[in-house]
Design a protein around this ligand. Sequence first.
Ligand SMILES: [Zn+2]
Length: 582
Amino acid sequence: MAGKIPRDFIDDLLTRVDIVDVVNRYVPLKKAGKEFQACCPFHGEKTPSFTVSQQKQFYHCFGCGAHGSAISFLMEYDHMGFVDAVEELAHQMGVEVPREEGFSTGPDLRPLYDVMQRSVDFYRQQLRNRPRADLAINYLKQRGLSGEIAARFDIGFAPPGWDGLIKSVGAKEQDLKRLRITGMTSDPDGKCYDRFRERIMFPLRDQRGRTIAFGARIIGDGKPKYLNSPETPLFHKGKELYGLYEVHKALRKIVRLLVVEGYMDVVSLAQYGIDYAVATLGTATTPDHLDRLFKTCSEVTFSFDGDRAGREAAWKAMNVALPMMRDGRELRFLLLPDGEDPDTLVRKEGKSQFEERVAAALPLSTFLFDQLASQVDTSTIDGRAHMGQLAKPLLERLPEGLFREMMFQRLNELVGLKRNPPKRVVRRVASGSSGTTKRVTPVRKAIALLMQYPELAQSLADVAHQEWRELEMLGIPLLVEIIDLLNQRPDLSAAALLERWRGRDEFSSLQRLQYYDIEIDQGHDSELLGVIGILQREWVRRHETSLLSKLSPSDMTDEEKASLIKQLSERAALQKKPGELE
Ligand SMILES: [Zn+2]
C-alpha cells in the first residue's frame, strides 16, 4: 500500500460503476419492477429478498439486513478488505487506483509482492528441471499428488545450492534488499544466501491470490524438516491461513472449513476432493485466525493428532475460541488415531471414510466436558464439585446467548447441582425495522431522506433561513455535513454517499437510515423542506427564549435588540404548523 486512496477517486468510482453489473457477475439478478432481485448470497433462502437498486446503487436484503455499496458487496461476498475491494472494482472498470502523496500509510509493498511472484515462478520452473528435480517429483508422486493439484497450489522446488533464487531474481543491491525483506534469503555471516534449499515449496497466498510467504518441506533427511517464511511486511503468521485462497477458488459457497496442522495435509486432502481444508503456518491458532475462519463460514472443525500433544493443542485452540462462540457458530474437534495425520489417513481411507470422521467430530460442548471429566472422579460428590469449579471460569468466557445458557445447563446436569436458570437476555428489537421502536426526530427524518434520495439536497439551496445549522441538537452537525458534501458532489449516489462514512462511528446508523421506512405524506422534497422548516422554527424559538431570559432590554446590546425585534416580526409571519417540536 502506498498512499491513501483519494476520496474523490472513490466517489468517482462509485458514480461510474453500475452495482447491477458488479453483483450480477457473482449472483445472477432478475429484473423486478424498478429493481433487481436474487436469492440472498449472504443467508440461505428460497424466495428472493435480496434487491439491488440501480438508481441508488446499493443492495439490500430484507431477510438478513445485508446492505451497502458495490464496495461493501465485494468486501462481504469475496471477504476482501476495503482497499482490496476498491482495487478490484477499479480493476473491473479498467482504471488505476491513484495514491495521495504525503499521506503514506507505509512503504510501497508492490515491489515486494513482485519479488514473491518471481520466486514462485522460479521454484515452479525448477520443478520441471530434470533430473535435478527428480527427488522432489518422486516425493510428490509417492504422496499421490497429481500435476493438476501441484499446479492448483503452485507447488515448486527450491534446488540445492546457495544462490539459485538470487541469480534468478537479481543480485543488484535493490534486489538483494527486497529478497531479504521478504525473507527469501538469510545472511547468517553477512553474506546473502537462498533461505530455502532442496525443499518442496508451498506458496501461501492472500485473499487476492498474491503470494506472501512460503512453507517448505525438506527432501531427504536435512533439518529442519519444515521451514517457513519469517514474519515480513507481507506476512503475519498469526493472521494467515494456508489454503484459504484455494478454498475460495474451488468452492462458490463455503459451508465448512477443516483446520489441519500442515500444508501437506491441505494439499493431500484437496487431491482426494476434500477442498475445504486450511492450515496455520508454523503457529498455534490465534483469535485472528478464528475471526477469519468464522467470517468465511459458521462451521469450523479443528483436526489434531490423537496423542497427548494433540489434545493439548486442541484444548488451547478451544480456549482461544471460547469468547468468540456467538450463537450460530459451530466449532468441532476431530481427534485422529495415534500416529496418523490427515495426509496419511486420507490416503489410507479415501474421501468418504475421512469425511465420515469429519462429520462425527466432537462438538465443542462434548470435547470440553469430556476433557474435564477425565481430570476428576465424577463418581464422587467432591469430584463433581471440582469439575464444576474447573468448568465455570471457562463457560463464563462464552458470549451471552443461547449457547452459553445451554452450556451452563449441561454443566448442572453433569455435576448434579441446582442452579437458578440465568436470566434471559431480552433481545432488543432492531431499530429501523419498524417505525415505532425509535422516535423519528426531524433530524433523523432529514438524514434518512438525504441518505435515500441524495438529489434532494439541491432543493435546500434556495432556503432563505439557514440558522438551524447552529442548533445544538443531536445529529445536526451530521446533517449539515451531509448537505455540505452533497452541495460539493451533487452526483453522489446513495451508496457513494454512505461510503463516505465508512470507518466512522456514524456508519452503521447511516446504513440503517438508508433503508429506514420513512412515512411520507407529500413529495420527498416538500417533506424535506418541511422538516428543515421545523428545525428553523426551533432555532427561532430557542434564540428568542435566550434573548428574553436576559434581565431587561437595557442589558441587551443594540444588536440583540434589533435581532429580537426582527424575530418577533418574523415569528408572526411564520404560522405555527402542526407537528412542531416541543
Ligand atoms: Zn440476506
